[in-house]
Design a protein around this ligand. Sequence first.
Ligand code: F3S
Ligand code: F3S
Length: 110
Amino acid sequence: TFVIGAACVDVLDRACVEECPVDCIYTGDRMAYIHPTECVDCGACEPVCPVEAISLAEDVAAGQEGFVTANAAFFDVALPGRDTPLGSPGGAAVVGDLGVDTPFVAEYRK
Ligand code: F3S
Ligand code: F3S
């Protein structure tokens, strides 16, 4: 799967959201997150990010592994202020802008 890394934090350009053919890029507060199982690995999002925040999970830079976990945790763990995990909504348009991040991302210092 593709993942979004630290470079997105506090940039949240959203060019990738427009590009994804299956609408599996969800927007939080400081960054966006790729749904690990809804992503079909087409690669369309990767070149459009102006800060090169997107890569294959296996290609993330050393020290950035927390973002691989964060992309999955955004859906698997109840986000702050929510009782249940998002799970697999089947498209970001269904849930809109979530406006919240995983604790790891919320506390991340660039
Ligand atoms: Fe979407 Fe393809 Fe990227 S499915 S998240 S545009 S790899
Ligand atoms: Fe973030 Fe780049 Fe998308 S800054 S929202 S990963 S275009």
